[in-house]
Design a protein around this ligand. Structure first.
Ligand code: SF4
Length: 308
């Protein structure tokens, strides 16, 4: 696949399989600045929905991409920020449906679900995956650090309202952070809130890539199991991701394209190259380590690569 501006992947998703991504917003444009965000701190904090790019430009790339010989299980609208800030979202979903027979998923922080227009636009998707990491105003500011125009109560009531209006698959995701929201008390408060929400699946996640704030750490497997027990959900750690793929022929460019969208662990890059039959994996790793445009982050006993 070519190197597109709005379309990327397919990348392996633990929940979705091979996910062909659509990124309809500029990088780090969000209404949250989550302490665990792998993009770093949000530098374009906004609550205003905008037509960042013409829908037709995104669709032109999508049509071109799916004409190639790529295999994917789902199209996901996600991007490096919050996709519901894109005011063309409803049209984008409707138009995508005309060209793609696979399910369309939207991964959202759920902050704008209080907006009836956003709720209506999302009804065109097959899967909506909102997050709920906090259980009160204090934990909301501690974890998600939302735009000053947002309150926890407003966000929560939007998620609840949407969940009862929306009739397709709603997969709730909760990010569990060590020492922040993984105590029994915090988990019980979260569980009480989830009872107000209609969802089909509940996934428990923990930061496995470098977070925006260095003090953020992943919960232990024991706390994740405890979270699954109290919340009644599935820990995302129990899923094996499918391998990364790229239609770009040149191996180095393929890796650069992938890490431009999605930070990758050293082991993931090695697996990706081996599956492609590359015989110079060490050379490529060294090239990456010396590339000034590539950020190398030592995290949890491995090196994570992403483009600057
Ligand atoms: S909602 Fe997503 S993109 Fe926005 S700050 Fe949080 S993790 Fe990052």
């Amino acid at each position: 696949m070519k190197d597109y501006k709005y379309i990327y992947g397919p990348i392996p998703s633990r929940r979705l399989g091979r996910s062909l991504g659509i990124a309809p917003i500029p990088v780090k444009t969000c209404n949250y600045s989550c302490v665990y965000c792998q993009l770093g701190r949000t530098d374009k904090m906004t609550l205003t929905r905008q037509m960042f790019y013409p829908v037709q430009d995104i669709l032109a790339e999508l049509k071109d991409a799916i004409q190639g010989n790529i295999e994917y299980d789902v199209v996901s609208v996600v991007g490096n920020g919050e996709p519901t800030l894109y005011s063309g979202l409803g049209t984008l979903i409707q138009e995508t449906r005309k060209y793609v027979a696979k399910p369309i998923a939207v991964i959202t922080n759920g902050a704008l679900l209080y907006d009836s227009i956003v709720r209506s636009e999302l009804k065109g998707a097959d899967i909506v995956m909102p997050s709920l990491d906090a259980y009160d105003e204090i934990s909301f500011h501690q974890i998600n650090r939302g735009h000053h125009g947002l309150s926890f109560e407003r966000v929560l009531s939007g998620i609840i309202e949407f969940s009862h209006e929306y009739t397709a698959d709603l997969w709730l995701e909760i990010m569990i952070i060590a020492g922040v929201n993984d105590s029994d008390e915090s988990l019980e408060k979260l569980r009480d809130l989830t009872k107000l929400i209609r969802f089909n699946r509940l996934y428990i996640n923990t930061p496995i890539r470098p977070p925006a704030e260095p003090w953020v750490t992943a919960s232990t497997p024991e706390r994740l199991s405890r979270a699954a027990c109290i919340l009644g959900g599935t820990s995302i750690e129990h899923f094996s991701p499918t391998p990364y793929q790229s239609g770009i022929d040149d191996d180095y460019r393929a890796v650069i394209s992938l890490i431009g969208r999605h930070a990758m662990r050293e082991q993931e890059i090695i697996s990706f190259l081996r599956i492609r039959g590359n015989l110079t994996v060490d050379l490529i790793l060294n090239q990456l380590k010396e590339d000034n445009d590539v950020e190398k982050i030592h995290y949890q006993d491995t090196i994570i690569f992403r483009t600057k």
